[in-house]
Design a protein around this ligand. Structure first.
Ligand SMILES: Cc1cc2nc3c(=O)[nH]c(=O)nc-3n(C[C@H](O)[C@H](O)[C@H](O)COP(=O)(O)O)c2cc1C
Length: 140
């Protein structure tokens, strides 16, 4: 059963029932670009036999990342960044694995050390993750 194919309604076939869940890597360059370390990591999981390799948070806004070292894709990408993303995809899809990118906005998970004013629909902080929503909440 665990090795049986999974057919998704969109027509995609997954080779087995193993999904590597999203785990933030924190290994991007300071400019948010993916690099060889992502390739090595996701190649290891792909070769290990996962059906789906879900990436960690890939942020869409550099102001509201979840930690230093998140990959950030914001606006038009340079050729260098596009090549790095293509390499990452190639590494993580070896051995017939899928690589699914988790596009994220950290919202209230943005740590205070990254941005003192997070942006999120909820005013509730996330103290266990060290993410404080805003200064107003801290004062109360
Ligand atoms: C080290 C670590 C990093 C994680 N990073 C992310 C992440 O980037 N995005 C996300 O949605 N969930 C993240 N999670 C949550 C996991 O994807 C998963 O949902 C969670 O660990 C629950 O699954 P489990 O009960 O099998 O551990 C992370 C979990 C761990 C342990």
């Amino acid at each position: 059963m665990i090795d049986s194919n999974l057919f998704l309604p969109c027509g995609i076939e997954i080779k087995n029932r193993f999904l590597k869940s999203a785990m933030t890597e924190g290994i991007a360059q300071s400019d948010g670009m993916a690099n060889k370390r992502h390739n090595k990591l996701y190649e290891r999981w792909a070769k290990g036999g996962v059906g789906i390799n879900v990436t960690g948070n890939v942020q869409v806004d550099h102001r509201y990342i979840e930690r230093a070292g998140n990959v950030v894709i914001e606006g038009k990408q340079s050729n260098e960044s596009l090549a790095a993303l293509a390499d990452w995809s190639k590494s993580g899809t070896q051995n017939n694995a899928h690589l699914w990118m988790q596009l994220s906005h950290a919202g209230r998970q943005t740590p205070f050390s990254i941005n003192k004013e997070s942006r999120a629909p909820s005013v509730q902080p996330l103290p266990t993750l060290g993410g404080i929503l805003n200064l107003e909440y801290q004062k109360s």
